[in-house]
Design a protein around this ligand. Sequence first.
Ligand SMILES: Cc1cc2nc3c(=O)[nH]c(=O)nc-3n(C[C@H](O)[C@H](O)[C@H](O)COP(=O)(O)O)c2cc1C
Length: 227
Amino acid sequence: MNAVVYYSNTGQSKAIAEYFAHQLSFPLADVEQLSNVCYKNLVLVFPVHCQNVPHVVEKFLKKLQVQNLALVATYGKMYHGNVLWEIQRKSIFNIVAGAYVPTKHAYLQQDETFDSFDKLHCVVEKIKNPSTICFPKLRKNSFANFFPKLRSQLGVKLRKNARCNGCGHCTEQCKLHAIDCGVTNNKCIRCLKCAHTCPQNALDYTLSLPLKLYLRKQKTTQLVIYV
Ligand SMILES: Cc1cc2nc3c(=O)[nH]c(=O)nc-3n(C[C@H](O)[C@H](O)[C@H](O)COP(=O)(O)O)c2cc1C
């Protein structure tokens, strides 16, 4: 079986996954709703979180059985770290293509989404004619592995406002069980899926000053492709 599987909180990785699913005529699936883990050809699209692979994706990779795997990591134009190399190092998958795709940052309001889909065409072609590749080891911020969840929690405050009618949509959406009717617990990684999908627009978030300063300047906007 072939598929394009995505993990996406604010829709950026989902949009890239939809492109691959359309181009390859592969079925599209959300990693959080999957039961199947055996594939012939698989494209996995996910966001970079604090220069790391999100926990949900790591869990999926541990169960995965696949013949040919393509990895596409979206990032918010800060820095993508070294996640593709890290996945390859820890696994025995036959990896046939990869990309770091710059997209809108989940924490920034006015930022354009990725629209240079024509540049991803070579990845599509490589998935159709697969052969093994090796990702180069890239630099990674030495602090990236230190308490990434705690750093996100300190950097982003999330609060429900008066529009909350207790509908429980946020509780349903959060697969990490990190929010209950607008109130977050310690499992929250500040992915902001709840805030972006709340039908009442009842969740506000504010960024700490150090995070605001960090996000003020885009660090890299490069689309990096490995085929
Ligand atoms: C908790 C968290 C950590 C993030 N860390 C990084 C990062 O280290 N570098 C970066 O460029 N973007 C970072 N981003 C931005 C996301 O990678 C980017 O917004 C991504 O495209 C979101 O994909 P999604 O909408 O599919 O969830 C982070 C976003 C979140 C929510």
